[in-house]
Ligand binder design. Structure first.
Ligand SMILES: C=C(O[C@@H]1C=C(C(=O)O)C=C[C@H]1O)C(=O)O
Length: 197
């Protein structure tokens, strides 16, 4: 099978289950592999936490997430993108997609989340099944790297390698894929949290 054209490979990340393969900065690993809610961890490491909802609308899913959410090819999904802000500094850019086949019975709270954290609806719901975490380094050309930088505006860091993780959640007959892109500010949170010990 011929390799995808170079532009296609730039738009796709190599998602894998082994965080150590990323060679991420040491401080990142416990955050990337956080088993609980990332919201809870961010709240514990900051004086104020806010979910800034960038949009929630129907979009076409990314080429490297279609199969993960059970679609044969990229198609229409509900897409939610947010910045998680710690002490008003963006720490995580999060991108969530839900196939249009899902019903309100599958994800009853998703459509009206607004600036409440998605995590508060996923963790603690006995019907939600969480899949395995996958990890990737996002190249500058990856759509989520581009969107994260666009969301940061003039404060966007220089061409940093962005480390990301994603996880598939299932509830009744619905799937929901959450991808979290760790912004360089998380490293500052990690350093300050270490200094507080
Ligand atoms: C899944 C969680 O929810 C967080 C909040 C999100 C949102 O509000 O859209 C998206 C991703 C997460 O970082 C979590 O807290 O672990």
């Amino acid at each position: 099978m011929s390799a995808p054209p170079r532009s296609a490979s730039l738009r796709q990340a190599q998602w894998q289950p082994h965080v150590l393969a990323l060679n991420a900065p040491q401080g990142y690993v416990p955050w990337l592999t956080e088993d609980g809610s990332l919201t809870a961890r961010l709240k514990a490491h900051s004086a104020s936490f806010r979910v800034q909802c960038l949009h929630q609308r129907v979009e076409r899913c990314l080429s490297d997430e279609a199969v993960a959410i059970g679609m044969h090819r990229p198609g229409r999904v509900w897409e939610r993108e947010v910045l998680l802000r710690c002490d008003n500094t963006p720490a995580v850019f999060a991108h969530t997609v839900v196939p249009m086949s899902a019903t309100a019975a599958d994800w009853p709270l998703f459509s009206a989340l607004g600036e409440r954290s998605l995590g508060t609806t996923l963790f603690g719901d006995p019907l939600v099944r969480r899949g395995v975490l996958e990890f990737a380094r996002l190249r500058e050309g990856h759509p989520l790297a581009r969107r994260a930088r666009a969301a940061l505006g003039p404060d966007a860091p220089d061409a940093h390698l962005l480390y990301a993780r994603r996880c598939l959640y299932q509830r009744r007959r619905g799937s929901l894929l959450v991808t979290e892109v760790f912004l360089p500010a998380v490293l500052e949170l990690i350093k300050t949290s270490k200094n507080k010990r």
